[in-house]
Design a protein around this ligand. Sequence first.
Ligand code: ZN
Ligand code: ZN
Ligand code: ZN
Length: 143
Amino acid sequence: MSTDDKTRTEMGSARPPAPQRVTRQRLAIRSLLDEVDGFRSAQQLHELLRQGGDQVGLATVYRTLQAMFEAGEVDGIRTDEGEMVYRQCEDDGHHHHLVCRSCGRTVEISAQVVEHWAAQVAAQHNFRDAGHEIELFGLCSDC
Ligand SMILES: [Zn+2]
Ligand SMILES: [Zn+2]
Ligand SMILES: [Zn+2]
């Protein structure tokens, strides 16, 4: 009677709103960040994931990185070209970075001078709760 049922296409949108999936992506991205040394953009990480056989979408990588950044799981900085890049740093506390513009090699820096200066400037102007973002970009000895 209903042979039509058999001609149904398999195009049903597979959209599982599974939090498990997010967790899996987080784990994949975290282990990837463990392997690389420098900062990487969502695009670069997406490329590496695909090379490793993970068919994840770029939008998912963007979203996952953003969520990990907001949760404090990864460090994120904006390059001098305005692109957001991410890294798994050793230092959990407040620190800055010296980043190679060419190869992405990164040195974690704690700079008391900067912290004192920032606190002083804020106090001078009666600002409360002042934060700062200072990253140094240059070329490393290998580049
Ligand atoms: Zn860092
Ligand atoms: Zn370099
Ligand atoms: Zn600082």
